[in-house]
Design a protein around this ligand. Structure first.
Ligand code: BGC
Length: 250
């Protein structure tokens, strides 16, 4: 099945047609900067533009940086607060004139890694952490997702919210060396390990491609690996989520 996958991030919005059988992209990936302020209307207009550029008509899967419960946005850490309470799938369907299926960005990235990537065939507990504007998490047990975990907002033992201490944005804005940022991120991962005892941790998002630069700082007992799809996991997973919902409905 071919589905348009869209990854809405705090910085950029990326779209490509995805072959859900193989997890490969079936069109060129197009990226547009996230409009500021990132209001529902402004993001809706960007989605419409991406759909037009991809000459797409059909189901659309979207990974979105918020907790989404039964189609309704519940949190807005790095997006406009006016999203809270919005029936977002319905809203973006109207804006793009196509059926939209939407879920948390880290959750959909996790779907990709569990089906085709680094978590493939891993039984037990797998934690995916996406490192970007925020810190996103997805938690799987024997391949099944526990949605909307939002563990990037956990307070660390230093009293600071994890994503305000160890996200990609923090590394860039504070101009931290990989070594110093790595030590911060390690505090996050070791905290996660103590609380969840995962069998595997998979890192996604922009910084996952740079794991070799901060792996010396990682002291967890559990193996920590980079996402096979790196930051493409979001686009592919958005399409996988839409496919899953379409199958559920039929
Ligand atoms: C949001 C999550 C999201 C993560 C990564 C956090 O600020 O609350 O919903 O998954 O950022 O984008």
């Amino acid at each position: 099945m071919h589905i348009l996958g869209i990854d809405v991030g705090g910085t950029g919005i990326k779209a490509a047609i995805v072959d859900t059988q193989t997890g490969e992209l079936a069109s060129e990936r197009i990226r547009i900067l996230t409009p500021q302020p990132a209001t529902p209307a402004a993001i809706g207009a960007t989605l419409k533009e991406l759909v037009a550029q991809q000459q797409w008509s059909g189901p659309i899967g979207i990974g979105f940086p918020a907790a989404i419960q039964r189609g309704v946005v519940r949190t807005a850490a790095n997006i406009d607060k006016s999203f809270i309470g919005l029936p977002i799938a319905e809203y973006f369907s109207q804006q793009t004139d196509n059926p939209v299926y939407i879920a948390n960005d880290a959750d959909v990235a996790g779907l990709t890694e569990m089906r085709f990537g680094a978590g493939k065939a891993t039984r037990g507990v797998v934690l995916i952490v996406t490192i970007g504007t925020g810190l996103g998490t997805a938690l799987f047990i024997d391949g099944h997702l526990l949605p909307n975990t939002e563990l990037g907002h956990l307070l660390l033992e230093n009293g600071i919210e994890a994503e305000k201490y160890a996200s990609e944005t923090v590394r860039v804005t504070k101009e931290l060396k990989w070594k110093d940022w790595g030590a911060r991120f390690n505090l996050y991962l070791t905290t996660m390990e103590k609380l969840l005892w995962p069998d595997l941790i998979v890192l996604g998002g922009g910084a996952s491609a740079k794991l070799h630069k901060f792996s010396p700082q990682i002291t967890t007992q559990v193996p920590v690996v980079a996402a096979s799809f790196l930051n493409q996991a979001g686009i592919v997973g958005a399409a996988l989520f839409a496919e899953q919902e379409l199958r559920r409905a039929s």
